[in-house]
Design a binder for this molecule. Structure first.
Ligand code: ADP
Ligand code: GLC
Length: 498
């Protein structure tokens, strides 16, 4: 394997061009860390309307056909704004130039042609690796992220001209991209691939299954989740194929972009702070209480939560756990959006307790920084969590997290015990069962320590703020995954019929 790799990241979202969740934070930070280690990393993403506007004036390449019956596409070459990462936007206005998000319209309905939209992205990625001159650059590694890119390893393994090794990273197994098998021919999948030992998943054509089946190496975003997805409880039906491929599955905990998420320099905060002086954090708390119309009170514990409003994240547990804490004069600041049912429950809590619960339903990057900085306690009560980022951000911002012991939450928080506070290891609080009572008890424990033992609380904050969640270490583990993929690809090609 060449010591300096050419790596193509294939993604459906990357900050700051498109973001619906943590994937968008991971892509540029991991790419940057790999570049700093000497690799040539480039990103390929669809030219959604907003992304294309940010690339205005950049040169577009020639038109080429991707799939029969679909508009021809071209590549716009530029660099990811705010980073020095070379990237291509895949320009195909009929598929990507729309009002709405990467996956659906403004009402949250999936685009009906998502299979074709992302098949086209995958096909172009595989074509890069054939050396057929898309901008004259041929990757050694094709690295796809999440179901939208599951067909990258499939197309790559169907085309004998592709020499690149493929790595496929599962950021969330619950989103699978399972479609009507009638699409198979149109998106250029050979009939023999549509079977259980291939990309069929209970009669559907599954992008996720394709990634899991065909990639030379698989990774997911924490060691604990890597084990969990091989079980029935967390495998979302894919546990069989993941057990089958367990020798090529690696769990690599996400890092944090420590430039963007640094309380000492964060431009989105009204005041900055560090472990040496938390005065700025106190100002952020007052501003947060003002923003949400809550009574100012430096001593009132404020619990914050930020995230997509889906069943995964356990908002319903928080809504049920909250009354016990509200009776104990705790305030809540909650920011998120997503499923209407979950939004309604969270808004209902605020309507009942307007003086103690502040809610913002919507996506607001600056507000997410203010909550993470200004709250005293942060919570992530997820039913499952592949990695999770906000619990790492909150540790960096002196806001100890209360999390369920699952997935990446288990791997990134160190639970509080008296010994753990004293020896500098404890950074947060765990609860085990996905139940409101368990969450309420853990939040109660945190609130008690906050109120009763300011010195211990300050140590807990300092422990979290001192942790290094940088991408340097995960990037080194991805290098190992690329090496494993490289070996696997060579073996695969040797075994292929001539
Ligand atoms: P997931 O990818 O499952 O949504 P992560 O914890 O990995 O969870 O990442 C979520 C990211 O999205 C974080 O950067 C978080 O701050 C951000 N985020 C989620 N919802 C919102 C929102 N409503 N407003 C602002 N940022 C949000
Ligand atoms: C997914 C997961 C989350 C993870 C993120 C980035 O959306 O739900 O746990 O942090 O991807 O890897």
């Amino acid at each position: 394997m060449p010591p300096k790799l050419k790596i193509l990241f294939v993604v459906a979202e990357t900050w700051p061009l498109a973001k619906t969740g943590g994937l968008a934070d991971v892509v540029p930070a991991l790419a940057q860390a790999l570049i700093e280690r000497g690799h040539d990393v480039r990103i390929l993403m669809p030219a959604y309307r907003a992304a294309e506007e940010m690339f205005a004036g950049k040169a577009a390449g020639r038109l080429f056909e991707v799939l029969p019956g679909v508009d021809r596409a071209r590549l716009i070459r530029g660099a990811l704004p705010g980073y020095d990462i070379p990237m291509w936007l895949l320009h195909c206005p009929g598929l990507y130039d729309r009002e709405g998000g990467p996956y659906g319209d403004a009402q949250g309905r999936d685009w009906p042609d998502n299979a074709v939209r992302f098949a086209v992205l995958c096909k172009v990625a595989a074509r890069f690796a054939t050396g057929r001159g898309l901008d004259g650059w041929k990757p050694d590694i094709l690295h796809g992220h999440d179901w939208h890119t599951g067909l990258v390893p499939a197309y790559a393994s169907f085309d004998s001209r592709v020499t690149a090794a493929t790595v496929y990273t599962i950021h969330n197994l619950a989103y699978q991209g399972n479609f009507d098998p009638g699409l198979r021919e149109m998106i250029g999948i050979p009939p023999q691939a549509f079977q259980p030992d291939g990309l069929e998943f209970y009669g559907r054509l599954s992008f996720m299954k394709a990634g899991l089946w065909y990639a030379d190496h698989l990774s997911t975003v924490s060691p604990t989740y890597a084990g969990q997805i091989q079980t029935r409880e967390y495998g979302c039906g894919m546990e069989g194929v993941l057990q089958h491929r367990r020798d090529v599955v690696t769990g690599i905990l996400n890092g944090v972009d420590q430039v963007v998420w640094n309380p000492a320099t964060d431009p989105l905060l009204p005041a900055r702070f560090s472990a040496a002086s938390l005065d700025g954090k106190a100002r952020c708390k007052l501003e947060l209480q003002d923003r949400f119309g809550l009574a100012r009170g430096p001593d009132t514990p404020v619990v914050g939560m930020v995230g997509r409003m889906t069943t995964q994240k356990g908002w319903d547990l928080l809504v049920q756990a909250a009354p016990a804490l509200l009776a104990d004069k705790v305030q809540f600041v909650l920011v998120g959006n997503g499923e209407h049912d979950v939004e309604r429950q969270v808004a209902g809590l605020a309507a009942l307790h307007p003086d103690r619960v502040g809610v913002h339903l919507g996506y607001d990057e600056a507000l997410s920084h203010l909550v993470i900085a200004g709250a005293d306690i942060f919570t992530v009560p997820s039913r499952f969590e592949p990695s999770g980022l906000t619990q790492m951000y909150s540790q960096r911002y002196g806001t100890p997290p209360v999390v369920r012991r699952t997935g990446g939450l288990a791997d990134s928080v160190i639970g509080t015990t008296p010994a753990g506070i004293a020896d500098g290891s404890a950074t947060g609080f765990f609860f085990e069962e996905a139940a409101a009572g368990a969450l309420a008890a853990a939040l109660g424990e945190a609130v008690n320590l906050f109120r009763r033992d300011p010195a211990a609380w300050a140590r807990l904050q300092a422990n979290g703020m001192a942790r290094d969640f940088g991408w340097h270490h995960p990037a080194a583990l991805y290098e190992d995954a690329y090496a494993a993929a490289w070996r696997q690809a060579r073996a695969r090609r040797r075994a292929a019929p001539a």
